[in-house]
Write a protein that binds this ligand. Sequence first.
Ligand code: AMP
Length: 302
Amino acid sequence: MAILVVGSVAYDTVETPYGRAERVLGGSASFFSVAASFFSPVNLVGVVGDDFGEEQLAAFRGRPIDLEGLERMAGRTFHWQGKYSQNLGSRDTVCTDLNVFEFFQPKIPARYRGSEVVFLGNIDPVLQLQVLEQVERPRVVACDTMNFWIHGKPAELRKTLERVQILLLNDEEARELSGEWNLVRAAAAIRAMGPRTLVVKKGEHGVLMFGEGGSFAAPALPLEAVFDPTGAGDTFAGGFVGYLAGTGGEGEAALRRAVIMGSTMASFCVEAFSLDRLLSLTRPEIDERYRLFAKLTSFEGL
Ligand code: AMP
């Protein structure tokens, strides 16, 4: 079952205590697509400028990622620059150059309109709704957003959320969207807005999922070397949605396994700059780390 994804395809400049990467491949749709493509075909909708070269496109080639929906516009590609704190726990956005992204109007190719699984990456909620209006009858709509839209376009975001089944947010965003400090209360308030499943990402502290089957908690894999957290959230979403699309599952067991697969993929993402670790990744490595999670959280019957 192919996934339709819409989001940013970017050049990122990233500074961490371990080094600096200048104008490397980034963007929510890039991390999502490469992660999800290990489990399911992906149809990518986004925009790049005429400075986006074959070298960057190579990341998507040779994988089941369809690029008909990746528009090329005259001008420069979206560029984001971020700087991380010493413990990698927080980051400042140094600059966001929207460039061609400012004029982005998602056009869904006819071939993609029957998509059963849709992932709305973190973009203007008005554009997210435009995407949903161009797809026929998606079975699963998953969505990501950020503080910028929670504050900037609250009414528009609420309209989009009415049509979303799975919302992925970080803990701070969940608090801001709901106006509730307690995460359990925040989840109840957000689920009343539309999404029946809420996945709250807490960085190195793991993930909490709230849904019809109750709550589920997963840790992040304790790693010896975290190099660059950029894209971890989108990579989590790629593993999570990719797993659901690939297995066709929807119930509680599938959702819980999808959380672990999302966490598995995110654990690889942070080990190198940009998409570098994802691009060298193999399926046996993914399966081995997925099994490590079962060991990490098992405490009965040992
Ligand atoms: P994450 O670390 O999962 O929050 O995602 C980081 C990625 O999001 C980077 O690769 C950026 O290029 C991209 N990004 C940052 N700001 C924005 C924005 N305002 N709109 C779309 N994508 C963005």
